[in-house]
Design a protein around this ligand. Structure first.
Ligand code: GAL
Length: 473
């Protein structure tokens, strides 16, 4: 008795044998079966693209906040960067001899005498003063503008990162205090400021920052000390160790020529310090320049650093007390020449923003993703959206330093970057922008049959913006 048909072939009997009989029945049915299988795989793939892999209760919240973000994005103004007309009059003969090349926006950015300097480094009159702002301007982040602390002084926390201490409901922002004169130690050396120390600021709303002072100070007299003022201390980051109850700071330690290429470690019982400096080393025996640390949900923390002449990054777990690295290490983004890493996690996938290697000059950011923190990491191209092309290609004239999650809005982060001012490093500015993870990627990866695998990471340009209501509770 014929009970059913599969691919048009009448089938009866034990269901477990049906497929075998179909496949062995004829060559025609085998071809159909293979095509059907391919169809199923494609359908599944399409389904997984439309419906993100893991769904949780946060989804509704996420979509709501996305809507709100999109709305605010539309309302935000674009930066109207215009290249100024050439300066001064030139004789027709001079013009004939050598026509004046028009400058690029990036050249204008790097030129301290540029007529449009105020666009990149707006002056004191436009400073954001949270103690004075009232009405409409309240709580607005204004990338590039001078940002004052609660004492009315410009915030000095460059190359920084933020630690949220839940039991205190407080955010702590650590960064380089560069409030000294900029000079060149050597003719060809990078512009520098002597080590002053690591500043700490505290805030409950991420907008009003109280200066908690210098929590790790530079060393003025002992020339053999890592923190001796003529050396380099950059990119300090702090995490809390739940097992030891200590706040642990990692930072880039170097000499003025950047040949020491090491990490330094300091520790404190309190988020506001003082931090005791422990030692420096080359992790895993390798050079380490731009770096960051990342604490995963399971409490394991990792060091990520640019190595091998900044041609690749290395990543490896810290010891349980966070005071050293372990032996485990992986080379990632090999040959890609990336630095300024800022790592974050969304739904079990790890993401990272990096910059290219052009010293204090801005360049294009890249986003990267990985299923496992130890790699392999894939590059997903430039995450910057909005503004104009040159600002997208220069990370809005800034360089990544940290990505701060806002846990109440899954998929939403604050991208923190530095707009370096190499002529006057103490006047470098902060570029904080909304970063979101969501939607299909727009840069397909080779091995994935041309289908994008990762969610897109987007950093949206805003001349000014504020956090969505309810971000903090
Ligand atoms: C950058 C780096 C900064 C600083 C600078 C010095 O590439 O990201 O942290 O080291 O070079 O030129």
């Amino acid at each position: 008795m014929v009970l059913r048909t599969i691919f048009g072939i009448p089938i009866s009997g034990n269901p477990a044998l049906i497929m075998v009989r179909v496949l062995s029945g004829s060559r025609y049915s085998l071809v159909v079966a293979v095509w059907a299988l391919v169809g199923c795989v494609l359908m599944l793939h399409l389904y997984s693209l439309i419906h993100p892999r893991e769904r949780s209760e946060g989804d509704i919240e996420f979509h709501l906040s996305q809507l709100q973000l999109t709305h605010e994005l539309q309302a935000s103004q674009d930066e109207g960067f215009q290249i100024p007309p050439p300066r001064g009059r030139r004789s027709p003969r001079a013009i004939k001899r050598r026509p004046r090349r028009s400058t690029t926006l990036i050249e204008e950015f790097l030129d301290e005498t540029s007529q449009v300097r105020h666009m990149f480094f707006p002056d004191q009159r436009t400073a954001i003063d949270p103690m004075k702002e009232v009405g409409d301007d309240n709580m607005y982040f204004s990338p590039g503008k001078i940002w004052l602390d609660t004492d009315g002084n410009p915030i000095q926390a460059h190359g920084g990162g933020i630690l949220y201490v839940e039991k205190l409901g407080m955010y702590y922002w650590y960064g380089e205090n560069k409030n000294g004169p900029t000079y060149h130690a050597h003719k060809k050396g990078a512009a520098r400021v002597d080590i002053i120390g690591v500043s700490c600021y505290s805030s409950k709303d991420l907008w009003t920052w109280k200066n908690e002072g210098i929590v790790l100070a530079g060393e003025e007299t002992n020339v053999t000390h890592d923190l001796y003022q003529l050396n380099v201390l950059e990119r300090p980051k702090v995490i809390y160790n739940d097992k030891t109850g200590k706040y642990v700071m990692w930072m880039h330690i170097d000499d003025a020529n950047y040949t020491k290429a090491s990490v330094g470690i300091a520790v404190s019982d309190y988020p506001t310090g003082p931090f005791d400096y422990l030692y420096s080393k080359q992790p895993h025996g390798y050079e380490s320049r731009d770096m960051t640390i990342f604490k995963d949900d399971d409490g394991v923390a990792y060091l990520i650093y640019s190595s091998e002449d900044n041609s690749e990054l290395h990543i490896g777990p810290l010891t349980e007390d966070y005071l050293d690295v372990t032996h485990a290490v992986r080379r990632i983004l090999v040959g890609q020449h990336r630095e300024a890493p800022a790592l974050f996690k969304y739904r079990r996938t790890y993401y990272m923003i990096t910059s290219g290697c052009t010293g204090w000059a801005p360049n294009e950011a890249h986003a990267h993703a990985s299923e496992s923190i130890m790699g392999p990491w894939e590059s997903m191209g430039n995450p910057c959206i909005g503004g104009n092309k040159v600002s997208r290609d220069t990370t809005f004239f800034s360089q990544s330093t940290f990505v701060l999650p806002l846990p109440k809005i899954p998929g939403f982060y604050i991208f923190m970057a530095d707009r370096w001012n190499p002529a006057q490093l103490n006047d470098s500015r902060y570029v904080w922008l909304p970063l979101s993870v969501g939607g299909a990627a727009d840069m397909p990866l080779d091995y994935n049959f041309g289908f994008p695998l990762w969610s897109r990471v987007s950093i949206f340009w805003h001349r000014r913006w504020k956090l969505p209501n309810g971000w903090n509770g």
